[in-house]
Design a binder for this molecule. Structure first.
Ligand code: NI
Length: 137
C-alpha cells in the first residue's frame, strides 16, 4: 500500500483557474480530490499494457466535410474490424458527426485502433472508456 503521496506540479495558470472553478461547481471538497478523479479518468482511458481483453466505447466528433478524414476513419475502422463490435453515427449539425464505436477484444488491438484514430488530422474530439473484459480461454 502506497498510502497518500504528496507532490507539487507546475501548470498553466489559466488552466488551473478553470479547473478550480469546475471543481467548485462539481462540489469537490479539495483540489486534491478533484485531481485524483481526473487522474483516475486518464487511467481508465488507457487500455492496460499487459494484454488481456477489454471492452469499451470510443467517442469521436468530426466535420464530415473533410473528405479525406472520413475515408481515413473508415480505413482505420476496417483495419481493426476484429475489435469493432458496432458503430453508431449521429449527424449533429450541418458539419459535425458524432460516432461511437463499441470495441471489445485484445487490449493490444484496441491500442492500435486508438493510435490509428488519433493519427487522423482534423478529428475534433476522441475519448475512450474501457473496462476489463473476461480473458478469452
Ligand atoms: Ni454525419
Amino acid at each position: 500500500m502506497a498510502g497518500l503521496a504528496r507532490f507539487s506540479a507546475s501548470v498553466d495558470g489559466e488552466l488551473l483557474e478553470r479547473f478550480d472553478r469546475l471543481c467548485a461547481e462539481r462540489g469537490f471538497p479539495t483540489r486534491s480530490k478533484a485531481l485524483e478523479s481526473a487522474m483516475r479518468r486518464v487511467l481508465i482511458e488507457s487500455p492496460p499494457d499487459a494484454g488481456g481483453a477489454v471492452a469499451g466505447a470510443v467517442t469521436l466528433v468530426y466535420d464530415h466535410h473533410r473528405r479525406s478524414l472520413v475515408n481515413r476513419l473508415l480505413e482505420v475502422q476496417h483495419d481493426a474490424g476484429e475489435v469493432v463490435v458496432c458503430t453508431q453515427h449521429v449527424h449533429l449539425d450541418h458539419h459535425h458527426c458524432l460516432e461511437v464505436l463499441i470495441v471489445r477484444g485484445a487490449s493490444d488491438s484496441i491500442r492500435r485502433l486508438l493510435a490509428g484514430l488519433n493519427s487522423i488530422k482534423g478529428l475534433e474530439t476522441s475519448s475512450l472508456m474501457v473496462e476489463s473484459a473476461e480473458s478469452e480461454p
